[in-house]
Design a protein around this ligand. Structure first.
Ligand code: NAD
Length: 371
C-alpha cells in the first residue's frame, strides 16, 4: 500500500510531514490529525520500527488519539504526534534531536511536541534549542516538569466520578480499590487514595515497590497475577495497556474500572462486554488527561496550582461521558468518542467565520510569551 493510501485509511489527517536528514541519520514522521480546536500537541516517540509503514501507521493512530484526548479534556488543543525511526538505546544524539527540532520549528506552532516512549526531558532540551514549540521541558526552563502527579490527581477525580455514578456516594472512605502498577502515576494515586481513607490493595511486577508502597500507605500487597481477580469496588489499571482482554475480563470482581494506563481495552468490544457485565468503565483517555492539562498550562505560562485545579475537570468530563452512554445506550468508550467528536465539530464550526481584525487570535499560546 502506498503512503497516501495508508494515510487515507487511518483517518482524515490534515498534514503528514516526513523529515529526513542524511548527515545525522534522522528519519521521522510528524502527523497532524486535527487543529480545529488549537495547535496539534503530542509527544515524540522513538522506536525501532521494523518498517516505515509500521512507523507511519503508529503516528497516524497516535495523533488521532491525541485529538480525541484533548477534545474530551475540554482543552483548546488539536491532536498530533511524531515518531523517530531508530533505536533509542543506541541512536540518540544531540544532532539528531536538533535536526528534528528544526522540522518542528518549520511548522510554526501548528505542531507542539513533548517527550514520549523512547525520549526524555534531555532530548526535549535539544529540541528546545531549535524551536519554542516543545513542552514538558525542565522546570528550570519554565517548563512543567514531571506530569505524573497531575495525571494521578486526574485519575483520583475519575475514581470519584465513577464511584458517584456507580455507588451514588461522594466519599471514597471504605471504598475498596485495587491498584495495578506503582510507578509514577500509581504511586501518586495510592498516596491520594490513602488520604481519602480508601481500602487499598496494590501490586507491581517490582516486588520491592509493592512492599514499600504497601508499608508506606497501609495497603494490602498481592502478586501481579492476583490483582485482576481481587474482590473490590474499583479496579485501577496504572501499568500496561490491553489489561482488559478476553482472559482477564472473566476474572474481574469489580464494579468499576478506572485508572491511568493508556489503551486499557484490548479491543473496543471489551468496552461493550464490561457494559453488559454491569461494570462501569471510565474511558482511559478521559481519565488520564491530567498530564495533558498540566502541559496545556505550561503553554499559557506555568502555574502548578492552576494545573492541579484544571485536573479537577476530569470529574465533570467523566460524568458527561456516563450521561451520553446512558442517553444513547452505548458503552462508555463509544460515548467518550462521541463527546470528543461533537466538541471538535461544534467548536470547529465557530471558527469558520472571520471575526474582524480587532479581535485577538484565539490561540494566545507561546506567541504571546514570545519565547
Ligand atoms: P511507570 O513506568 O512509571 O510505571 C509503570 C509501573 O507498572 C512500573 O512500576 C512497572 O513495574 C509496573 N508494571 C508493569 N507491568 C506490570 C504488571 N503486569 N503488573 C503490575 N505492575 C506492572 O509509568 P507511569 O508513568 O506511571 O505510567 C503508567 C501508565 O499510565 C502507562 O500506561 C502510561 O502510558 C499511562 N499514562 C501516564 C501518564 C503520566 O503522566 N506519567 C499520563 C497518561 C498516561
Amino acid at each position: 500500500m502506498g503512503s497516501f493510501e495508508l494515510i487515507g485509511k487511518h483517518g482524515d489527517h490534515e498534514q503528514v510531514v516526513f523529515c529526513h536528514n542524511k548527515d545525522v541519520g534522522l528519519k521521522a514522521i510528524i502527523a497532524i490529525h486535527n487543529t480545529a480546536l488549537g495547535p496539534a500537541l503530542g509527544g515524540t516517540r522513538m522506536w525501532n520500527y521494523k518498517t516505515e509503514d509500521e512507523a507511519l501507521i503508529d503516528v497516524l493512530r497516535l495523533s488521532k488519539g491525541m485529538s480525541y484526548k484533548a477534545a474530551a479534556a475540554g482543552l483548546n488543543l488539536g491532536g498530533g504526534k511524531a515518531v523517530i525511526i531508530g533505536d533509542p538505546k543506541t541512536q540518540k544524539s544531540e544532532a539528531l534531536f536538533r535536526a528534528f527540532g528544526r522540522f518542528v520549528n518549520s511548522l510554526n506552532g501548528r505542531y507542539i511536541t513533548a517527550e514520549d516512549v523512547g525520549t526524555t526531558v534531555r532530548e526535549m532540551e535539544y529540541v528546545f534549542m531549535e524551536t519554542p514549540w516543545v513542552t514538558g521541558i525542565p522546570k528550570a526552563f519554565g517548563g512543567s516538569g514531571d506530569p505524573s502527579p497531575y495525571t494521578a490527581h486526574g485519575v483520583l477525580m475519575g475514581i470519584k466520578a465513577s464511584v458517584k455514578e456507580q455507588f451514588k456516594t461522594d466519599s471514597l472512605k471504605g471504598i475498596r480499590i485495587a491498584v495495578q502498577g506503582l510507578g509514577n502515576v500509581g504511586y501518586h494515586l495510592v498516596e491520594y487514595l490513602a488520604k481519602e481513607q480508601a481500602v487499598l490493595t496494590v501490586t507491581d511486577i517490582d516486588a520491592e515497590k509493592t512492599k514499600r508502597v504497601s508499608a508506606q500507605f497501609g495497603a494490602k500487597a498481592v502478586g501481579p497475577d492476583e490483582i485482576i481477580s481481587v474482590e473490590c469496588d474499583v479496579f485501577s489499571p496504572c501499568a500496561l495497556g490491553a489489561v482488559i482482554n478476553d482472559t482477564s475480563i472473566r476474572q474481574l470482581k469489580t464494579k468499576v474500572v478506572c485508572g491511568g494506563a493508556n489503551n486499557q481495552l484490548a479491543e473496543p468490544r471489551h468496552g461493550d462486554m464490561l457494559r453488559e457485565m454491569g461494570i462501569l468503565y471510565a474511558p482511559d483517555y478521559v481519565t488520564n488527561a491530567g498530564g495533558l492539562m498540566n502541559v496545556f498550562v505550561e503553554l499559557e505560562g506555568y502555574s502548578p496550582d492552576r494545573a492541579l485545579d484544571k485536573t479537577i475537570q476530569v470529574y465533570d468530563n467523566l460524568l458527561k461521558v456516563f450521561a451520553i452512554a446512558n442517553r444513547d445506550g452505548v458503552g462508555t468508550h463509544t460515548a467518550a468518542d462521541r463527546m470528543a467528536e461533537e466538541r471538535i465539530s461544534v467548536i470547529g464550526k465557530l471558527k469558520q467565520s472571520h471575526q474582524g481584525f480587532s479581535s485577538r487570535p484565539f490561540s494566545t499560546l507561546r506567541e504571546v510569551k514570545n519565547r
